[in-house]
Design a protein around this ligand. Structure first.
Ligand SMILES: Nc1ncnc2c1ncn2[C@@H]1O[C@H](COP(=O)(O)OP(=O)(O)OP(=O)(O)O)[C@@H](O)[C@H]1O
Length: 741
């Protein structure tokens, strides 16, 4: 082996780190300098804050690049060599020539795609392994077989670097795969941004990894647009989001919002839980129509013959069925949501009641025309419109509603559902559940936000600011003479010294005072129900209910989405088993499908076992092909539940993580596994139910009571291990209702 080769590579890596340090130093100094600026005035402070935020973002991207900065090199046939890394770095020369190429740049692509059959202009591909700043290994692949040059680092196994990554002990946090992205994954990561792309693949095929790297790629390729509109990544539960939460920051990307669907209604914390059957009812597509009907039910009219009689200074007003039905018809005809159509209902009623009053007051006893002129009638109308009693009557028929009030009332007494379904979701009080969130969102759409009060308040605030600014300008103008009073023959108005009043009027000055929202796009998006994201990525997409899809589609009017999932792993009753059915209501057949076929997580021995069990209920089942085998077969044992903790302790790997996956109803009997407090995946041993295990992976997994799990849940549980799998049948356990199913 040529140590010279190694020395040169080390020299390059050291140089790249030095340059990175230099850039980091500059970025730090820029942040410090900006922060030290004495900014007077709110505008200046806001601008300073924005600058600090931008500089800090590039600083954290540079910090993120520190570990594994340079991981590859491509030597092209034309003699040009590029080093590939986590971020792009330029030299400090006049031309600012590239030193390190960002993995996302087009020129880096052959590093991921080139093969002996299609070398894409490469002579050689090199993987560079580093520990800290030290190069520890090189792996070369010859792409041009006619090239006789050898370095001594030629790999016999092309997958050596990949397999080393896959065999590494797990930490409880997902790591990026930037140095070993495979060609089939690269095609998906760099697929065009527009439209809906569905990525389907079995367990461990890298769907999550690909989705996260795609987010990083899109932010790189469409930075300007996506920095403004932000990218949303939706995952199945908070523990999963915690598990994947480090990947994008490690790639230098922070402009992303990670959330579960249950977190997508600002101001609502969905801490409650539904039974699976109740969640399934709430998730059905028909709930949209059901809620629309329930909103219409809140638009009432008095019974025929039982009018609402309103006391008024000029006599009683009678709000009867005829008036209300006509007003309701007119309001509904606008097609506006409930709260926005309400003023039309109110206007019509006030108009009718005014006519009623005018007919009575101005009536000519001799049958002549009404005595009242248009001005008198307008006066009467004002009085009717100002009457608290009239407003109370209108509100009793067509009340202003918030989504929260409306849905809480609806769930207390569900209508338009058959009796069994209504019983399942009936609830008075209690916290919101994740399945309520799409219903709240639907209700918000049906009700609309009557923001007239907020707009009036904003207008009043603006008027106040203009008045204040005018005051400032008046003071500025009044004080103009003092500046020059000790000078002779000075015409202050003709002075060359410009004062504020010369260059700006009150309105523009007020505008400048208005607060600029300097939160990041992701932060603003998190607080805004009506935010339209630039791109949405949904992981475990098969779990989402029809109602959840409606919510997400509203957040992405451009339908620029990547959906990754595996219908064979669907756990939720309300989830989906067919992409066609799920997507047709939103994009018809305008979506693309990409498949991932190779299982990078689960060794062949475990996958064969999982597939064998699966074939018990689905004889034609075919799993993804495992890329590696360990020679360690899964084992089965019958054990007392009380002894599972000891078994877990014995099986726990020295380095890495072990998970016990058991049905939730057995957790109380599985003592000693620390099933209290929030789930902490960094612990060496964790206890999970199959739903919580979705998307996660561990070095060793013990699946307890497989016979009590539904086929899809069992398949998920059996495919979480990267090294070893044990299957435990409880020697004695209290029978459960789930056991039968
Ligand atoms: N190209 C790669 N290089 C290194 N590791 C990879 C690569 N592709 C996938 N992996 C690893 O394989 C494991 C499984 O990937 P991932 O969790 O993305 O699969 P998945 O398809 O989402 O699985 P599931 O459907 O079971 O949740 C992860 O540890 C991931 O880092």
């Amino acid at each position: 082996m040529s140590t010279e080769e190694m020395r040169q590579e080390q020299q390059f890596v050291s140089l790249a780190h030095e340059r990175l340090d230099q850039l980091r130093g500059e970025a730090e100094a820029a942040v410090r300098a900006t922060m030290a600026q004495v900014s007077t005035g709110r505008q200046a402070r806001v601008e300073r804050d924005i600058e600090v935020a931008e500089q800090s973002a590039s600083l954290s991207a540079l910090n993120a690049a520190d570990s594994g900065l340079c991981f590859g090199r491509i030597d092209r046939r034309d003699g040009v060599t590029y080093h590939i890394g986590r971020t792009g770095i330029r030299r400090d020369d006049a031309e600012r020539t590239p030193l390190l190429i960002d993995w996302r740049a087009p020129v880096a692509r052959p590093f991921y795609l080139a093969t002996g059959y299609e070398p894409l202009g490469l002579r050689r591909r090199r993987h560079i392994t580093t520990e800290g700043r030290t190069v520890t290994a090189l792996h070369d692949e010859i792409m041009d077989l006619a090239d006789p040059t050898r370095t001594g680092y030629e790999s016999h196994d092309a997958d050596e670097v990949l397999l080393a990554a896959l065999n590494g002990a797990r930490t409880g946090r997902m790591a990026d795969i930037v140095s070993t992205i495979q060609a089939e994954q690269d095609h998906i990561i760099r697929a065009p941004q527009h439209g809906v792309l569905v990525v389907e693949g079995g367990p461990g095929t890298g769907k999550t990894a690909v989705a996260l790297h795609r987010a990083a790629y899109l932010l790189y390729a469409h930075r300007e647009q996506l920095a403004k509109r932000a990218v949303l990544i939706v995952g199945p539960n908070p523990a999963f989001l915690g598990y994947i939460g480090e990947v994008l920051p490690s790639l230098g990307e922070t402009g992303v919002l990670l959330a579960t669907v249950g977190e997508l209604y600002p101001g609502v914390h969905a801490t409650g839980t539904d039974s699976p059957a109740a969640a399934a009812v709430k998730g059905r597509a028909e709930m949209a129509g059901v809620l629309a009907e329930a909103v219409r039910d809140r638009q009432q009219v008095p019974e025929k013959g039982e009018p609402i009689v309103i006391a008024h200074d000029d006599g009683e007003l009678v709000l009867d069925w005829d008036i209300a039905v006509e007003a309701r018809h007119k309001a509904r005809e606008t097609g506006l949501p409930h709260n926005l159509a309400r003023p039309y209902f109110a206007f019509r009623i006030i108009d009718d009641l005014t006519t009623q009053l005018a007919d009575r007051i101005g009536e000519d006893p001799y049958g002549g025309p009404n005595f009242l002129g248009p001005d008198d009638i307008a006066q009467l109308g004002k009085a009717v419109a100002a009457s608290a009693e009239v407003h109370a009557a209108i509100a009793s028929l067509w009340p202003p509603l918030t989504p929260e009030e409306f849905l809480a009332d609806y769930l207390a007494d569900p209508t338009h559902l058959d009796g069994e379904d209504a019983d399942l979701i009936r609830r008075s009080g209690g916290p919101w559940t994740p399945a309520d969130v799409p219903l709240l969102d639907e209700a918000a759409e049906l009700l609309g936000e009557d923001d007239s009060a907020a707009r009036a308040a904003a207008e009043a605030e603006r008027a106040r600011q203009i008045a204040y600014a005018q005051g400032v300008l008046d003071v500025s103008y009044a004080s103009r003479t003092y500046e020059f009073e000790d000078k002779e023959d000075v015409d202050a108005d003709a002075s060359e010294v410009l004062a504020a009043h010369d260059v700006i009027d009150a309105e523009r000055m007020a505008e400048r005072q208005e607060e600029i929202d300097h939160r990041s796009a992701a932060e603003r998006a998190a607080a805004d129900r009506t935010w339209a994201f630039g791109h949405i990525i949904v992981d475990e997409a098969q779990e989402l209910s029809a109602m959840a899809w409606r919510l997400l589609m509203r957040r992405c009017p451009t339908r620029s989405m990547t959906l990754v999932g595996d219908p064979a792993q669907t756990g939720d009753l309300g989830g989906c088993d067919s992409w066609e059915r799920m997507l047709a209501p939103h994009v018809e057949d305008r979506w693309r499908l990409a498949r991932l076929e190779v299982n990078y997580r689960t060794p062949a021995e475990i996958m064969d076992y999982a597939a064998g069990r699966r074939r018990g209920t689905d004889p034609g089942f075919s799993p993804p092909r495992s890329i590696r085998s360990t020679g360690v077969a899964p084992w089965e044992r019958t054990v007392e539940l009380a002894d599972v903790a000891a078994l877990a302790a014995a099986e726990a790997p020295e380095e890495g993580r072990l998970a016990v996956i058991a049905p939730r109803e057995l957790h109380a009997e599985l003592t000693g596994l620390g099933d209290d407090g929030p789930l902490d995946l960094s612990r060496p041993v964790v206890l999970l139910d199959p739903r919580q295990a979705k998307g996660l992976e561990f070095d060793t997994v013990l699946v307890v009571a497989p016979e009590r799990m539904l086929p899809n849940d069992l398949y998920v549980a059996l495919t979480r291990a990267t090294q070893r799998l044990g299957v435990v049948t409880p020697a004695s356990a209290t029978p459960s209702p789930a056991a039968a199913g």
